[in-house]
Each structure stands twice: as structure tokens, then as C-alpha cells.
Design a protein. Sequence first.
Lengths: 226, 226
Amino acid sequence: MGQSSLLGLGCVGLKVEILLFGIENPMDVMEFFQLSTGTWRSQRTTHHLAFKRTEAGESAIRVEAFAADHPQVIEICQLHEVDPALAIGGAFVSWNGAMSWDRNDDENHEGSTVFALIPDADHPRQGILLRERGYAEIVPIAGQYHMDDENGLVLTTEYETMSSIERFWFASPSLRMRTSTVKRFGGFSTATFCTEMRVADAIASAVESVPETAVEPTQYFSVLGC
Amino acid sequence: MGQSSLLGLGCVGLKVEILLFGIENPMDVMEFFQLSTGTWRSQRTTHHLAFKRTEAGESAIRVEAFAADHPQVIEICQLHEVDPALAIGGAFVSWNGAMSWDRNDDENHEGSTVFALIPDADHPRQGILLRERGYAEIVPIAGQYHMDDENGLVLTTEYETMSSIERFWFASPSLRMRTSTVKRFGGFSTATFCTEMRVADAIASAVESVPETAVEPTQYFSVLGC
């Protein structure tokens, strides 16, 4: 079997698909959030690395992309003392879900966040993401983002006592995935994986509450919902 | 708070770390496998997308990088009728672990694989990965790989009735991560996330068997162990 028959195994079709989603069709960050608009059912797993334990959860996540001139985008820029004219847009994200931890307690997690996106002047596929609040902190939080060569959105955020690196990508227009790692005091504490399927609003509102949580409640919430 | 104070939040340090692992220090695929050499404890979660169920597991994984002139690399090239002089090396990977599914049955998973790496002549960070066998298939299997701009190894493999896309990356030299998605009959069936911590051999051999499996045994095994 030579090189040509290896290609005949069918690798080429998938490669083309990757390229369509990647470097041959580079997406900017607002295209990413526009593709994210709608309601998603998120299936989530957190690996607590030190404890070698796994925590599972489900949530419904709603994403709305905001144009650059949306009043809430302007407001967040002003909060951070950044010229609103530099923003290319933003998004509103809300979530409603539950996490499981030992299946012996219950706690619902819901919340929302708004953010604005400020691309670098010379590198339009990267920049700063300004949030209204940093969840674990009271002060406004800014993270650094870039779109990678597979059209993944990579977001790095430093808080006072922790930092996170998240990567979001589309396996298909209706399947979004993410991984995130959180460092506390310089060491990795958790790694989380979410698979998110696009759903109709009616179905999303019927997401069952999974019994559960919180020996150690997860203090960290992602920019794309929890 | 202006742009300079945003940088003062500490984003820069993490950004530098990402760049060290990424585009400013691009890794080739053999460097990836050399960094992977050793024994790892893998914490694994599979999301069965249609069933909205989560399957957990643990394994010990051992990786050994092979030089281009290793007899097993040459043998695999010959099996695929590819000139062994084109190979830049390969690896031997073995694993021993267990997956849980409803915690009402037991099944151990162990196995090993050997593969050879053939870079593209004009794009040395991408190429073809030749395997001795494709796990689910009897015929020799070839996948396409590339190193992405964050030094992630992306591997795409098509089988007769399924295809997989895997991405492996290092969060640190002793924490390797991976995601993989499997498509069957054109639709996504599973998404898997593994966090893999480097361990001493003595510790790895003591990995406890997690009670286990298999209403629907996972037919798909990754190139970097199961």
C-alpha cells in the first residue's frame, strides 16, 4: 500500500473539514460568539487533580452576541476605562445548572455575565476580554484571548489567587466543546471538559437538575457559562 | 484603569508561558513523543453524547519514543509499503486500566500499540502516522497528524465505520491532556477528556482497578493509550 492508497483510506475528507474550520477559513472572535448565539445543553466533567476525583454536571447556557455599539458593551469599556470605540462587540451569557459531588447534597448554580472584546490593533485575532466582574473577585476582570489556527478561542485570565486557561471550539455548528485548567498558588488544581449541544429553548428549559454538590464548591465560572 | 494597568493584572506572565509552549518554540512531533516518554496516570471521562451519560475511568500509560532506525519503526513502514527512510521516528505505547459504566460490571482494558511517523516533505510539522493495527480494524491504519500553534498534537483517523479527531497537549511537562471526538455513521457519538499526570513507575503499577463496564464497550482506543 503506497502513499496514494493511504489517502484513499479517507483521511482527506476529514482533513478538508478541519481546514474549513481552521486556518483556511480563519474566524474572528465575534464570528465565534455569533456562532455561539442560542441555547446549549452543557455536559460537564471536572477532574480534581489532587484528589483524583471527578465531578459531573449539566447546565443550560444561553449566549447572545452584542454589537460594538450595544449599551452594555459601552458600559463595560467605561468601567475598565477603555475607549468604547476600540470594542468589536461583546456577549451576554447566562447559565442554569447543577454540579454533582458525592451525590449527597444539592446546590443549583446559576448566573450571568457580560463582556466586551478589544482586539489588538496589529493582531485582530487576539486581544483583551473585559468582564463586568470576575466571579471570584469583586473588581472588574480582564483576560487575554486569541483565536488559534483551528479556530479555537483561547482565553487566559489571572485572578488574585488563581489563573485559568480555557479553550473553546466547534466540533460542528451544533457541538461546541471546551477545556479549562485552573491553577491555584502555582499548581494545577482542576481540569474541566464540557460538551455543549445546541438545543431549542423549550428543551433547554427542561434540563433536569442533577442532584448535587458542594463539599468544595467550584469558585471558578467560565466566560461561556458554568 | 487603562490598558497598561490591565497588563498589570498579571496576564503577561501567563501569555509568555503559553508562547513558550507554542508558536515561539514550535515543537515537532518527535519532541512531543520524547516529552511523553515515561509513565502516566490517566484520569478519563467519556461523554456519550446521544445518551447524555458520562463514563469514568483510570489507567496507567507507558510511552517509549523510538528513533527512526528502530526495527519496529522500519517494520511498520514496510507493512504500509512506505520507504523507512522517510520516517522520523515512532513510539511504543502500552496501557492498563479500567472504565466504569454504571459500576455494575467489571472489565479490564489493557493493550499496546506501535507506530511510525512520516512527515510531509514540505510541511515538517504535519504528516502521516502509521500504526501496526487500528484496534477496531484488522488492516493497518494510517492517520494524519499536525502540530498546532499551541504545540498541540492533532491526529485525525478514519476507520471503516467511524472517524476520530484527537488533540493532545502539555499543560506542563508533567501534565498532559487530551480530548477526542468519535464520529460514527456521520454523527458524533462520544467526546473524551483525559488528564494525565506523570508518575514514577512504582506508583503507576499500583493504580487501583475501578469497578466496571461494559453495557457498550468502548471499541475505540487512542494512539496514546486507553
